[in-house]
Design a protein around this ligand. Structure first.
Ligand code: 2BA
Length: 109
């Protein structure tokens, strides 16, 4: 058995989870926050058999979009407080960041 962890943008959550439900996958959605953007995203935990992993990744890929976002980067120089001007930098986010882990043991009690 495998555990897929998919970090998806909040805007794509509905489309991705609807598509997974349609294909009868079981999953848990956890509200998470991106380390760089510090914006809400979701991490979807999906427990599946090994042969289903590629299908799940295909479903996620089909329903998550790549977007550009601006992030404020503060210059590394030491400025007096209040004089430091952040410069916005464009980063590309998504479609999805996916981890596939081996599950040692799975129980439903
Ligand atoms: P964030 O950390 O908010 O990152 C948003 C986007 O900023 C990333 O998009 C990437 O394009 C850029 N970025 C983040 N950290 C960077 C760095 N150290 N150097 C250069 N660019 C950087 P994605 O790669 O699509 O990632 C989307 C979200 O997936 C991330 O949101 C984070 O929540 C998660 N993620 C991505 N890689 C991860 C990893 N290795 N471990 C855990 N979570 C990860």
């Amino acid at each position: 058995m495998k555990l897929i962890i998919a970090v998806v943008q909040d805007k794509d959550r509905r489309k991705v989870t609807d598509a997974l439900l349609e294909r009868r996958y079981q999953f848990t959605v956890v509200a998470t926050t991106g380390g760089l953007l510090r914006e809400g995203n979701v991490s979807i935990l999906i427990g599946v058999e090994a042969e289903q992993v590629d299908d799940v990744i295909g479903v996620i890929q089909a329903h998550s979009k790549t977007r550009e976002q601006l992030v404020n980067v503060f210059p590394p120089t030491i400025e007096p407080i209040g004089t430091c001007i952040p410069s916005p930098v464009k980063v590309q986010v998504g479609g999805a960041t996916i981890f596939v882990l081996n599950v040692e043991r799975f129980e439903k009690l």
